[in-house]
Design a protein around this ligand. Structure first.
Ligand SMILES: [Zn+2]
Ligand SMILES: [Zn+2]
Length: 97
């Protein structure tokens, strides 16, 4: 048997060419999973995970940003932190204005 790609002489049992790594007819017939395909699969999974992570980061960053950006209201009377949109201080009950 010879490699269809580089012409290297291969043992009849070889699933892949020893020289160039291309899958032989024997390998195709034996339905051997290609390591390249596997690589692609891993690559795909990794990039999906990376994208998910990016999205999560984005969300977390936004959340942190909003909470740092002082969406919270500091009470002028007691200095307590109150949620944005609060009308009265949750700590001392004074009006937040
Ligand atoms: Zn070859
Ligand atoms: Zn207060």
């Amino acid at each position: 048997m010879f490699c269809s790609q580089c012409g290297e002489e291969l043992p009849e049992t070889a699933n892949f060419c020893l020289k160039c790594g291309v899958m032989t007819r024997q390998g195709i017939e034996a339905d051997v999973p290609s390591p390249w395909k596997w690589d692609e699969e891993v690559e795909k999974t990794l990039s999906t995970v990376a994208k998910e992570l990016e999205k999560t980061f984005e969300t977390v960053r936004e959340k942190i940003h909003t909470s740092i950006k002082g969406e919270s209201i500091i009470c002028p009377h007691c200095g307590g932190k109150n949620q944005s949109g609060s009308k009265f201080c949750s700590k001392c009950g004074n009006e937040l204005a």
